[in-house]
Structure formats: structure tokens, C-alpha cells
Design a protein around this ligand. Structure first.
Ligand code: PDD
Length: 287
């Protein structure tokens, strides 16, 4: 069965789906994207992703390519046509196709691509935890926009992979961790405070991050949104990361140093359970 992609109003076989060579996403990385999990055939936290997408588009002054209410219909159609039960939807909107000039083109329609793929949402290291390395954060100053310009993130993740780690925590000029290359960063202090960097231009405000803050607060856990240094992370009782595809993933080592007792922490384990319970509950309510 062949995969189907949505490209600017048409559903095409994945292998034949393409965009023009003068698409501004291709030439300038002038576009935004979202990755949305699909669990039991349903888009997870669709509303949160649409709100963030709207913000990204507005910040870059890119028009919606279709009415906002139509986008979920298109995404669900791509999920259905690809028979996705568990996996992800990738959606990308660029400023469109135009003769190469840096300034915004006039009267050009934004380009919309939607793909979906099967992917297990059970992370193989969820029970044992993962290692991270630290790297300098060399990105631009608008990391709150989910832009497709991901080269520093690509380099950071590759470095992590080559060093046998799962993720790279990026560190700003003052020694504070911003976030991972594709995940948000968290620690739990010895006093039991769950710390994650506050939402600002320095990080992408993860949809999973927001869900975990909500769940932890409901469970009367203490959340503190503030920057933390690598040194503080090394001394922490626990560390973990969050994202659409990893959910809540315990971290057991940073730069080769054990965190806590070198095993997934109590808080990270509990928060992962809350998150997966919530996914089940949403899927059950929808069916
Ligand atoms: N990455 N920070 C960065 C830089 C990210 O790229 C992502 C998501 C996150 C977590 O956000 P969320 O909880 O909304 O997934 C944080 C996606 C999954 C990706 O690029 O594949």
C-alpha cells in the first residue's frame, strides 16, 4: 500500500509528491512546521498545535494557506488515507513559490504540505532512560517560532548520535540550558521541584511541555519555570525531556556523568504514566 501526501490541494502518491525548486522553504527556510502525534487514529492535542502554528505564521507574516478550520480536516484525511493508527503527521507551510528575492513576494499563495507515517510511540528507552550531551546553542534569537530552519538542531542531534547519546542539550552564553535539539529540557531538584525553562524567545514552547505542566500541577507537584545551568542539572535528583514523539523520557546521564542514581527518576516515571494515561483516556472518549 503506497503512502499518500497532501501537496497544495492535491493528494498524491508519496513518491511522486514534490514542491517547486523556487519554493521559499527550499531556498530560504522561509516556513514553519508542526509535528503532531497520532494515537489510535486520533491527532493528539490538535488544538494546542494549531494555536502554536497560528502564532508561528503570524510572527513571520505568512498567511494561512487554507482556513484554519479546514486544516484539521485535511490532516485527518491524510491520517485516514495512510491508515495510520499510531504515528505522526508532519505539516509544513512556506511563504510560497516565487522568483528568488529576499523580500516577501507579493500576491503569492503560501504552500502547504502534509504527510503522515506509522511510528511506534512506545520509546525503546522509556524504561531505562537516555543519555544527553551538552552543546553550545548557536541558533537565532526566535526559537519560539517553529521555523523549518533547523540546521543547528540537525548538527546538535548528529553530534549526540555520534557520541552514543539520544539528545543534545543546547546551552546559552550564560551557561543555562535552553532545550534539546527537538525536545524540551527538565530537571527535578533534590528538594523535589520540577524545573523547566520559562517560555520565552529562547525556547520552543512545547505542546508536550504545556501538557506536562498541566498534569504535574493537577497532581500537586511543584513546577518552577526558570532557566537552570548544566552544573545544576548535574547535581539534580532527576532529569528528563519531553516532546510530541518521546512524550516524557527519563535522562540518566549528562555528558557521561550519572544523574541521581543513574536510573529513571520517580517524577519522570510518574509523569510519563500520567501522560500515557491521558492519551488512553482521550482515545477512549473519542471512540
Ligand atoms: N520537535 N524544542 C524543539 C527545538 C523542538 O523542535 C520540539 C519539537 C520541542 C518539543 O515540542 P513538542 O512538545 O510540541 O513536540 C522542543 C518536533 C517533534 C520535531 O522537530 O520533530
Amino acid at each position: 500500500m503506497s503512502r499518500i501526501a497532501y501537496v497544495n490541494g492535491r493528494y498524491l502518491p508519496h513518491h511522486a509528491a514534490s514542491v517547486h525548486i523556487e519554493d521559499r522553504g527550499y531556498q530560504f527556510a522561509d516556513g514553519v512546521y508542526e509535528v503532531i502525534a497520532v494515537y489510535r487514529g486520533r491527532l493528539v492535542d490538535e488544538e494546542g498545535h494549531l494555536v502554536r502554528l497560528d502564532r508561528s505564521l503570524r510572527e513571520l507574516r505568512i498567511e494561512w494557506p487554507v482556513a484554519p478550520s479546514v486544516l484539521p480536516v485535511l490532516m485527518n484525511e491524510v491520517v485516514t488515507r495512510n491508515h495510520i493508527q499510531n504515528g505522526i503527521v508532519y505539516l509544513q507551510i512556506t511563504r510560497g513559490v516565487s522568483r528568488r528575492e529576499h523580500t516577501f513576494p507579493v500576491a503569492v499563495r503560501p504552500a502547504l504540505v502534509i504527510t503522515a507515517r506509522h511510528q511506534s510511540l512506545v520509546h525503546p528507552k522509556a524504561k531505562t532512560g537516555v543519555e544527553v550531551i551538552t552543546v553550545a546553542d548557536i541558533r537565532w534569537q526566535r526559537r519560539d517560532i517553529k521555523a523549518v530552519s533547523l540546521l543547528p538542531n540537525v548538527l546538535a542531534k548528529q553530534q549526540a548520535k555520534e557520541m552514543g547519546a539520544y539528545e543534545a542539550w543546547q546551552v546559552d552564553e550564560d551557561g543555562f540550558v535552553t532545550e534539546g535539539s527537538s525536545t524540551n529540557a527538565w530537571i527535578v531538584t533534590k528538594a523535589g521541584e520540577i524545573v523547566t525553562r520559562d517560555a520565552s524567545n529562547s525556547i520552543l514552547n512545547g505542546i508536550t511541555r504545556l501538557a506536562v505542566i498541566r498534569m504535574a500541577t493537577d497532581a500537586q507537584m511543584k513546577i518552577v519555570e526558570r532557566p537552570f545551568t548544566v552544573e545544576e542539572a548535574m547535581e539534580a535528583a532527576e532529569a528528563f525531556l519531553t516532546s510530541t514523539t518521546s512524550f516524557v523520557l527519563p535522562i540518566v546521564g549528562i555528558d557521561g556523568e550519572k544523574i541521581g542514581d543513574g536510573k529513571p527518576g520517580r517524577f519522570a516515571t510518574r509523569l510519563r504514566e500520567y501522560y500515557t494515561d491521558w492519551l488512553e483516556q482521550v482515545a477512549a472518549e473519542a471512540s
